[in-house]
Write a new protein. Structure first.
Length: 136
């Protein structure tokens, strides 16, 4: 978020307050203020059965940001277990890492996560276009 110049796309099944906290929200706001277009897709099902009050608050804060700026869009995809991150034309990552619900705390026991990083601008553009169809 801090170095994105044009666009950022994040897809992750769950939103948790442990990740979507005040510093995270400030980074999103600063990115939007710099002119970055941010698309956030989430949701495995119509509702998040495991959503706690703090998680609901985090989601509501994101929804409020989406309502306040055209640069940030958020959509409950409802059927995604995908974990995707696309930054500008620089890279995309497809991974098992839950971008919006797991902090990756190094003090916790090892958690095996795998992903693939792609840096080919042509492939990034094609994948971005395909992912953005989910937001239409």
């Amino acid at each position: 978020m801090e170095t994105a110049r044009e666009r950022l796309l994040i897809i992750s099944p769950w939103i948790r307050r442990a990740v979507v906290n005040d510093p995270f929200l400030r980074k999103l706001e600063r990115a939007c203020a710099r002119g970055v277009r941010i698309s956030l897709g989430f949701g495995l099902g119509d509702v998040d059965e495991g959503e706690k009050p703090g998680d609901a608050q985090a989601r509501a804060l994101l929804e409020s940001l989406a309502a306040s700026t055209e640069r940030f869009q958020m959509k409950r995809l409802g059927n995604t277990h995908a974990k995707v991150l696309i930054k500008d034309a620089e890279f995309f990552v497809i991974t098992s890492f839950n971008w919006l619900s797991f902090r990756g705390d190094p003090s916790k026991p090892f958690r095996d996560e795998w992903g693939t990083l792609v840096r080919d601008p042509r492939v990034i553009e094609e994948y971005y276009i395909e992912m953005m169809k989910r937001f239409a």
